[in-house]
Design a protein around this ligand. Sequence first.
Ligand SMILES: Nc1ncnc2c1ncn2[C@@H]1O[C@H](COP(=O)(O)OP(=O)(O)O)[C@@H](O)[C@H]1O
Ligand SMILES: [Mg+2]
Length: 261
Amino acid sequence: MSKTNIVMITSCKGGVGKTTVCANLAVTLAKLGKKVLMLDCDFGMRCLDLVCGLEDKCMYDLCDVIVRHISYDKAIIRDERSDNLYFLAAPYKYENDITVSDFKKFTDGVSEALELDYILIDTHGGNGPEIELGAAVSDMALIVATHQSAALRAAEQTNHRLCELGVSNTRLVINCFDERRVKKGELPGIIDIIDKTYVKLIGVIPTDHIFVIAQRSGKLVDSFGITNTVRAFFNIALRIEGMSVPLMHDFKKINRRILLK
Ligand SMILES: Nc1ncnc2c1ncn2[C@@H]1O[C@H](COP(=O)(O)OP(=O)(O)O)[C@@H](O)[C@H]1O
Ligand SMILES: [Mg+2]
């Protein structure tokens, strides 16, 4: 079996789209035939179950598995969107009771038991224990930022922190990209954002109001039809798989000059 790729989706700022990116990237990879576990590590503030529409199915959480020794088969649930997609909830209450070595043992064990291609870890928007746990097992970190100055500074800080924790394979996801306002000069463009964060870009996700509606009913990109947002996730998934895919590949109605801003 090939090695499981563990990817944490992070930023020390809340509200930039970490959970949205985690859920939608996971379903995209699963639809590409990859076996994926979505692991919610936003301890206390968990909401990946809500975004995926799985809240009624979650009986157990990560602490139940690691601290209370509930078996994987009971705690990890299958997402009905794909036979390849699994989910494990974060604990509502966390008492710093998971050590790095416990967490590593868990990710090694579950990778082997489920023969996973990917574990995608959703993290908390801060500098809490989740970052250290995630960093200890991750092969790659996706740092999510929007156009906002605070999000850009947070991305730079997060990259710095991850570097200290030994994660050098970091990539930037620009989320809520607003082409119209970049064109008008109201918001920083892609090159400006890369310059401000010092992180290599892996993809750009447009701002799309469908997320607000979709997340109220637990819907993900697999139900959106073919839109630029869906293509954005597909392109990121292919790049994670090691393919070379041009920025905004296959996007419709996009003025390519926007890439130079
Ligand atoms: N590309 C996007 N376009 C429009 N709204 C988005 C986009 N990405 C995320 N959102 C919305 O932004 C809010 C915060 O997203 P969320 O994923 O919960 O952020 P985080 O996990 O970083 O706190 C949610 O209401 C979500 O629907
Ligand atoms: Mg979140």
